[in-house]
Ligand binder design. Structure first.
Ligand code: NAP
Ligand code: MG
Length: 398
């Protein structure tokens, strides 16, 4: 059989720990035998990030702007323990944060639904995709501990030097204070990414904020979405037979629980962070969740939603058997390959991505799965496979 040809490379961002082990197994067993794989390789493993003073992360994000499609392995975000473990020069920033800051855009997270792994919420029949704004708010906030009585104000100094002030609180005792921001162009690109993704995937779009309490901050998000929708998308949505629906976040949460699923739920940065973990665990497992960063100028970075599975990696290093779920990492690759195929007019490549996804799902539905799924499946007497044997079972089916 001839291998499937590629014309343009995908940006390949390698990562850390157990997911780095899975990464190589996926390439060796599921990709290289079938595809003449073209990638531009960036090693985002923590040692190499440290060696390059994190330049490699910046380079990989810039390469994504050039080639438009990237696939990323999970990476360690350094903390104090990692500083000692890897003798790091600096506590480097989260690669995801660095990449997001360069590419801008929105993170879409959707569960991978298989028969036999039933959602905790019994009426959820179709996946719920979370669209998380990836800029600003509490993630770029300035904070203070207030030691005692005093006045706290928000101060905006315009370029001409004039000041606008808003009293936050007249402290009479110790307390805490936080100032956060967002920028209109980022909210606009968030809105457009969501509307485009809804059209792309033919799903309704929901958006919710706390605009009744936050009459300027959250209300601006609501207004920006509505203005862009009315001006640029209302007709296209009608044509596609999908709807845009805004509601208060409390109401949205209640409706989500009672819904059948099958829509995109756009969330501000913090809401998206929290709600995506709720959605993924309610659908079964973080290891069954896809994640893609879509930038306003049409760049796509695919990854798994989970981390590097450190505990399994230490077992692996001790020579013990692991049963780590590779599904989300496989789907990161298929997402990138399918998008590459779409952008290059390479139908064979996109069809391969579909077949690999089907082989993965069929393997699980036939009862062969990793331990995390075996613990929650409704399939009787599942076969529990180790990390490598699961990937080999998918390869056999493929
Ligand atoms: P994690 O890697 O997501 O794993 C947490 C636990 O969830 C695991 O110990 C495991 O539970 C279960 N799990 C997650 N993925 C699994 C999979 N594919 N198969 C089977 N079980 C899975 O989170 P963490 O251990 O808190 O973080 C480890 C490192 O990942 C950290 O250094 C963090 O910075 C990094 N991280 C990276 C990203 C990213 O690159 N996008 C995201 C989050 C975290 P059991 O141990 O009970 O089996
Ligand atoms: Mg989170």
């Amino acid at each position: 059989m001839d291998k499937i040809k590629m014309t343009t490379p995908i940006v390949e961002m390698d990562g850390d720990e157990m997911t780095r082990i899975l990464w190589q197994m996926i390439k060796d067993n599921l990709l290289l035998p079938f595809i003449d794989l073209k990638t531009e390789y960036y090693d985002l493993g923590l040692e190499h990030r440290d060696e390059t003073n994190d330049q490699v992360t910046i380079d990989s994000a810039n390469a994504t702007k050039k080639y438009k499609v990237a696939v990323k392995c999970a990476t360690i975000t350094p903390n104090a323990a990692r500083m000692d473990e890897y003798h790091l020069k600096e506590m480097w920033k989260s690669p995801n944060a660095t990449i997001r800051a360069i590419l801008d855009g929105t993170v879409f997270r959707a569960p991978i639904v298989v028969k036999g792994i039933e959602p905790c919420v019994k009426n959820w029949k179709k996946p719920i995709t979370i669209a998380r704004h990836a800029y600003g708010d509490v993630y770029k906030a300035a904070e203070m501990k207030i030691p005692g009585p005093g006045k706290a104000e928000l101060v905006y100094t315009a370029q001409d030097g004039s000041e606008t002030r808003e009293l936050v609180h007249q402290f009479t005792c110790p307390g805490i204070l936080q100032g956060m921001h967002n920028i209109t162009p980022s909210i606009e690109s968030f809105a457009r990414s969501c509307f485009n993704y809804a059209l792309d995937t033919k799903q309704d779009l929901w958006f919710a904020t706390k605009d009744t309490i936050s009459k300027k901050y959250d209300h601006t998000f609501k207004d920006v979405f509505q203005e862009i929708f009315d001006r640029e998308y209302a007709d296209k949505f009608k044509e596609a037979g999908i709807t845009y629906f805004y509601t208060l976040i409390d109401d949205a949460v209640a409706r989500v629980m009672k819904s059948e699923g099958g829509y995109i739920w756009a969330c501000k940065n913090y809401d998206g962070d929290v709600m995506s973990d709720m959605i993924s665990s309610a659908f079964g497992s973080l290891a069954m969740m896809t994640s893609v960063l879509v930038s306003p100028d049409g760049n796509f970075e695919y990854e798994a939603a989970h981390g590097t599975v450190q505990r399994h990696y230490y077992k692996h290093l001790k020579g013990e058997e692991t049963s780590t779920n590779s599904v989300a990492t496989i789907f990161a690759w298929t997402g990138a390959l399918r998008k590459r195929g779409e952008l290059d007019g390479n139908a064979e490549l996109s069809a391969f991505a579909d077949r690999l996804e089907k082989a993965t799902i069929d393997t699980i539905e036939s009862g062969e799965m990793t331990k995390d799924l075996a613990l929650i499946t409704t399939i009787e007497n599942p076969t529990v496979l180790n990390s490598e044997d699961f990937i080999k079972a998918v390869a056999k089916r493929l």
